[in-house]
Design a protein around this ligand. Sequence first.
Ligand code: TYM
Length: 325
Amino acid sequence: MRVLSGTKPTGDSLHLGNYFGALKQFVLLQEKYEDALYFIADYHSMTTVRDAELRRRYSMNVALDYLAAGLDPDRAVLFRQSDVPEVCELTWMLTTVTPMGMLERAHAYKAAKDQGENVDHGLFTYPVLMAADILLYHADLVPVGQDQKQHIEMTRDMAQRFNHAYDCEALVLPEPYIMDDTATVPGTDGRKMSKSYDNTIQMFAGKKALKKSVMGIQTDSTPVEEAKDTDTAVFQLWNLFATPPEREDMVERAQAGGLGYGDVKKELLSRILDYFAPMRERRERFEGQPKEIEEILRQGAKQAGAIAEPVLEGCRQASGLGRPG
Ligand code: TYM
């Protein structure tokens, strides 16, 4: 069983959606399965980040967040997507079996188009590159948040179409791995937490910035003495840091009235700080070791490349590219 997933480098640190929706599962799955690969999706970041220095910095940030959260280079292969550029060749092959209609139905593309954005070909082809990421490594299980489910379904479809077109089994169909209760972590405005909505709470933001984000979580105007609806962002976020009995207790407190949103926010802030404190410490240690991190990524790329090479060769042979084998 091979596990694989990736994260786009687009900021200073990952947010609670990335962590609870994906990264936390990455760490748990590296314990459960010996064969795990996690990468920094720097090619994917090219659809939004247009600055070389920023991309380098953001990529380093993802590496730091991975290590801080507990990914262990002795257990999992950590690498930079662009260090195995063969993924671009597989992307091309997959584009030739991908109907336009499939890509036109992709949520990210549709949303960008609906907002009147100038959509480029990279954003349109994004799901094909993502499929190539997964298929190049014969991944079986892909831990992701709910927002990526459609991409995994497309990946399966593309793999099937390629195998069928060339009557081969060159590609393996992956399964998504999505945790029910953290599939979609809400942002401070109640929509899905996402950088593009500017509603994120970052795992490793400074205390002041964190406080600002948490205190800015939108709530309704229910007076303190009245019962509160716990199916809202502030409670849903608090739940991420609470045990089941604590959650039940909170529901009771909320229903009884007398609980102010401000109090819940203060509790949430202190839980976020406590929860991430050991990771923050680890991150600070790694920050002083950029050379060691580069070495981890270099080794990771070597291991990833060794897995990718025969898979790509299988696709080349199946489709009649290159020298006959
Ligand atoms: P990215 O970088 O946007 O997000 C990384 C992971 O975080 C999850 N996530 C969330 N989960 C729950 N609630 C949220 N609010 C939330 N926001 C983000 C995402 O579902 C994702 O699992 N296209 C991918 C990167 C990628 C990839 C891949 C992933 C490229 N190639 C191959 C898996 C396999 C992305 O943009 O993730």
